[in-house]
Ligand binder design. Structure first.
Ligand code: PLP
Length: 399
């Protein structure tokens, strides 16, 4: 089922065929639906594709409601605001993540508290979250406060990274014990299941993303999903400048212009129609890589967590330098020399200059994963020949 594809990147002087890390796959009804928007003049943030896209996203995320947003970061911002996160509060966030959720906390004037990753699947470590809430925090003045900073802990923000779920049961148990709302960052994990239920359906709200490198893309786009009709209504209101009157320009509060356009939603509907296919393709790629690469000394392959259905959105290996004879960055350079794009994971948030001054648990696991991890090509539609090429380039590490 996999087809051969070639890509070309250009710099000023050279042109070279590469295997890219992860590029969009637009092979469904995208053209037809966008044309329909242009032909009918429905191009802006109201239109039938927005509604269809929202219904499809809600169904995929296992929630009753969805509100399309301009990107996933905007959805996180609104979700945190609606969860009651206020200036000076703290939100417990995964340490090993793309920076967007930590930034969204700052947009509210609140502070992230970074929780280390667990070593098996690299998600927020529920035990470290538990230790933070139970040992580093105290109840004072009716609120749970971080003993070190004196700030109120207002919400939990687990991030399901790389197409695998966080271990939600213990996280929800802590949330319940302390009455904390959970906002899930499911931007990397559309299509992922945890104990049979979709990532994004566990918290009070969750964010999805349709950025260019995600499993589905609208070029740029996002979605706030929730089972709470009132939260959805509020999100719709806040993302459309909080306009109170259908005719008059009267606004009861400060809102945001965070809505997605119908043109992009048209792409989104076409992409949603192919979600199962994209998930199957990612999983087939992961299977092929794991079969071949788990035999290579010093390379550790990602595994599906128990009780999970993973998409392996971005297939990432660990390179153990002592055994492999080179570290992840040396392997990156070697692959690059062979026209194969690979990429390190994100600098852990506790090391990020952008988030200096935030409190963090002991984040040694995230630090190690950051040094050892490398994401390798896994676009939807990558061919078997391309996978073989990547495998042999990596297998060379010992020879
Ligand atoms: C992609 C992503 C987002 C949202 O990204 P947008 O580009 O704003 O849609 C948020 N969190 C994580 C972890 C992501 O990977």
């Amino acid at each position: 089922m996999k087809r051969a594809r070639a890509y070309t990147i250009r710099s000023d002087t050279t042109s070279k065929t590469v295997i890219p890390l992860s590029v969009p796959c637009l092979r469904g009804n995208e053209w037809a639906y966008v044309k329909e928007c242009l032909d009918t003049n429905w191009v802006s943030s109201v239109g039938s594709f927005v509604e269809r896209f929202e219904r499809m996203a809600a169904a995929a995320a296992g929630t009753g409601h969805a509100v399309a947003t301009v990107n996933g970061t905007a959805a996180l911002h609104i979700a945190l605001k609606l969860a009651g996160v206020e200036a000076g509060d703290e939100v417990a966030v995964s340490d090993l993540t793309f920076i967007a959720p930590a930034n969204a906390v700052r947009y509210q004037g609140a502070w992230p508290v970074f929780v280390d990753a667990e070593p098996m699947h690299w998600q927020m470590d529920p035990q470290k979250l538990r230790d933070f809430l139970r040992k580093e925090c105290v109840f004072a003045g009716g609120a749970l406060k971080n003993r070190h900073t004196g700030r109120r802990v207002a919400a939990l923000l687990p991030v399901h990274i790389l197409g695998h779920p966080c271990d939600m049961d213990p996280i929800l148990e802590e949330a319940g014990a302390f009455g904390l709302p959970v906002v899930e960052d499911a931007t990397e994990s559309l299509g992922v299941l945890y104990n049979g239920r979709p990532a994004g359906s566990f918290g009070r709200m969750a964010s999805l993303s349709f950025n260019g490198n995600k499993i589905l893309t609208t070029g740029g786009g996002g979605m706030l999903v929730t089972n709470d009709a009132e939260m959805a209504r509020r999100a719709r209101h806040l993302t459309t400048q909080a306009k109170d009157d259908p005719v008059e320009y009267i606004h009861g509060e400060v809102g945001f212009n965070y809505r997605l356009t119908n043109v992009l939603a048209a792409i989104g509907v076409a992409q949603m129609e192919r979600l199962d296919r994209h998930v199957a393709d990612k999983r087939a790629t992961a299977k092929a890589y794991t079969e071949a690469l788990s035999k290579v000394p010093g390379i550790r392959c990602p595994a599906e967590p128990k009780g999970a259905f993973s998409t392996f959105w971005l297939y990432s290996i660990l390179v153990e330098e002592k055994i492999a004879g080179m570290d992840s960055r040396a392997l990156l350079r070697r692959l690059s020399g062979k026209g194969i794009e690979s990429r390190p994971l994100w600098q852990p948030m506790h090391l990020s200059p952008a988030h200096r001054g935030s409190y963090a648990t002991d984040c040694t696991v995230a630090g190690r994963l950051y040094r050892e991890a490398l994401s390798i090509p896994c676009s939807v539609g990558i061919s078997s020949a391309e996978i073989d090429q990547v495998v042999s380039a990596i297998s060379d590490v010992n020879g």
